[in-house]
Write a protein that binds this ligand. Structure first.
Ligand code: SF4
Ligand code: SF4
Length: 241
């Protein structure tokens, strides 16, 4: 029996994890109930992870000005902080996973950024899906997680667990009629279609066009980096308190 609330859920453990995560550098912390996504998780990732019903999701914000520079093209500063943020996120995820493990639970930290094949950037689990279910934001027309404070100027990490932590509530999509990311995309890869859980990714994004553009950038700039669809998002474009 948990500390309070829904039987089996442990609010005290969630509060403790949130406090620790904040101390370790998390700007956002939430818990997702993965049950609405279980079929999707099984289909995409197999049943290896599908028995873990909760995800702890944490975010670290990019400095807004660093992402906004991408409106003019790729920058080494963005790439530098991409690595800095991922290192911090992986460290936080490891600490959360080991804390849960010490409490007697199963916990699986998903790397912040991981290639599962040579040619694909997709990780082994969608942090965005977990973050949207945890109420940290909504999935925008640019396929990124959009947080009301910083828009898509953040990075995410996830720890899957069987600890029955009380789940947060998803928030509503607030893209509305905006199509700024679609207009900013130099590859024409973004279709301007709102996220729907039942739609495949291709309904919103022609991934091969994005990929082909990034390959061109690698030739010119040395690295695959674009992010114009992030910099264009009006949510969080000006830092807010
Ligand atoms: S990263 Fe660049 S090419 Fe890819 S979808 Fe975003 S704006 Fe378009
Ligand atoms: S730029 Fe506009 S449409 Fe695109 S994700 Fe941001 S709010 Fe949504």
């Amino acid at each position: 029996m948990g500390a309070e609330g829904v039987p089996g859920e442990d609010r005290r453990l969630k509060d403790k994890l949130r406090e620790l995560a904040r101390g370790w550098g998390a700007d956002l912390f939430g818990v997702a109930d993965l049950s609405p996504a279980i079929e999707y998780i099984e289909e995409i990732y197999g049943d290896e992870l599908a028995h873990l019903p909760r995800a702890v999701v944490m975010a670290v914000f990019y400095p807004v000005a660093v992402v906004n520079q991408l409106r003019e093209g790729p920058t080494h500063t963005y790439l530098h902080y991409y690595k800095v943020l991922n290192t911090r996120l992986d460290d936080m995820a490891l600490r959360v996973a080991n804390y849960l493990q010490d409490e007697g639970y199963e916990a699986f930290p998903i790397p912040a950024s991981q290639r599962v094949t040579e040619d694909k950037l997709a990780g082994i689990f969608s942090h965005r899906l977990a973050a949207s279910l945890a109420g940290l934001g909504w999935i925008g027309k640019n396929c990124a997680l959009i947080n009301p404070r910083v828009g898509p100027r953040l990075r995410l990490v996830t720890v899957l667990t069987d600890a029955l932590l009380p789940a947060d509530q998803p928030v509503k999509d607030r893209c509305g009629r905006c199509t700024a990311c679609m207009e900013a995309c130099p590859a024409g890869a973004i279709k301007g279609v709102a996220f729907k859980a039942e739609d495949p990714l291709e309904a919103r994004l022609t991934a091969r066009d994005c990929d082909a553009y990034l390959a061109k950038v690698r030739v010119a700039f040395g690295k695959r980096v674009c992010g114009r669809c992030l910099a264009a998002c009006p949510w969080g474009q000006k830092p807010k308190k």
